[in-house]
Design a protein around this ligand. Structure first.
Ligand code: ZN
Length: 309
């Protein structure tokens, strides 16, 4: 069994427009844009990262905004809802804030004793804020004051047709089942980074998810460093998973594998982090390109939509 996963690292989704995406995550949710770069595999498209001050693992929501791509359709084999942690007592503030900023999909509910507020992202992305006790993570106090600001991810749900093999995989990755109700199972990683929970939601008769704007592309789990990542990779390969080689993403190293339930998993390192090429005070302001795409800079600076710094 793997014992070095520390919770979530980042979640990456698809968007249809960089400008509205950037405005939503910075102005509405109050996250910090910690990196403005491009999709390393498709450099004509941005890769935007939003998180806490430094983009600590467990706080980072990232987007590939492909201009004008069609909407995704929900189904099985994907991340269903992405949940952010907020302080107990803050949901009234958030409900009013969202209403004032014309955010749609607002709905209150409760799961395993925690109050939640559902809301939709700019491409109808499924999000929820969860009032979480004792979340010691320091928030980015940008547009939202620190008493109410998002702490990072609370959890993410995996929407599956059958939970069996993915439950086994999560246990192999060090997660423990901590709760269950109806079609829902909750898993937690002990001693994680704060983004410690995964929910599996089972819908036996769902149709297959069709990825597009508003869909999660992949979900990444955190390991401390490259040595631990190689151990995780070997353990997964030994269990029969087809895992990519280690890929340098400039701000972390990544490996990817498709899970039995259809969701694309990544395991990413905490090192070197988002301040490797910008100082902390100016994180996310300049267009950063990986060395292999630096020759495209003049073209990309003209081609990519300007975003406020
Ligand atoms: Zn990723």
């Amino acid at each position: 069994m793997i014992k070095t996963i520390k919770g979530l690292h980042h979640i990456t989704s698809l968007a249809s427009d960089a400008v509205s995406n950037n405005a939503f995550f910075t102005d509405v949710l109050g996250l910090r844009r910690v990196k403005k770069t491009v999709n390393f595999d498709e450099p004509s498209v941005y890769h935007l990262y939003y998180g806490d001050e430094l983009g600590h693992p467990g706080s980072v929501m990232t987007y590939f905004p492909f201009p004008g791509i069609r909407q995704g359709h929900t189904g099985f084999g994907e991340v269903g809802t992405t949940a952010f942690s907020v302080p107990v007592g803050s949901l009234n503030f958030w409900r009013e804030r969202f209403s004032g900023k014309k955010v749609t999909g607002l709905k209150d509910d409760e799961r395993f004793g925690e109050k939640r507020l559902h809301f939709s992202g700019p491409d109808n992305d499924a999000f929820v804020l969860v009032e979480t006790k004792d979340d010691a993570r320091k928030p980015w106090a940008g547009e939202v004051d620190a008493n109410r600001a998002i702490r990072g991810f609370h959890s993410a749900s995996l929407r599956l047709r059958d939970d069996g093999a993915t439950s086994e995989l999560l246990k192999f990755m060090g997660y423990q089942q901590v709760d269950a109700k109806d079609n829902l199972k909750r898993f937690a990683i002990p001693e994680g980074n704060g983004a410690n929970l995964i929910d599996i939601e089972t819908f036996p008769s769902a149709s297959h998810a069709d990825q597009g704007a508003g869909s999660v592309h992949h979900i990444a789990f955190a390991v401390e460093n490259r040595a631990k990542q190689l151990e995780v990779r070997q353990a997964l390969v030994d269990t029969g998973y087809a895992v990519t080689p280690v890929i340098d993403r400039d701000y972390f190293w990544a490996i990817y594998f498709r899970t039995p339930g259809g969701v694309l998993f990544e395991v990413a390192t905490n090192e070197p982090g988002f301040n490797r090429d910008e100082d902390t005070a100016h994180l996310g302001e300049a267009l950063k390109l990986p060395a292999q795409h630096e020759r495209l800079r003049t073209f990309l600076e003209k081609h990519l939509q300007p975003l406020p710094s």
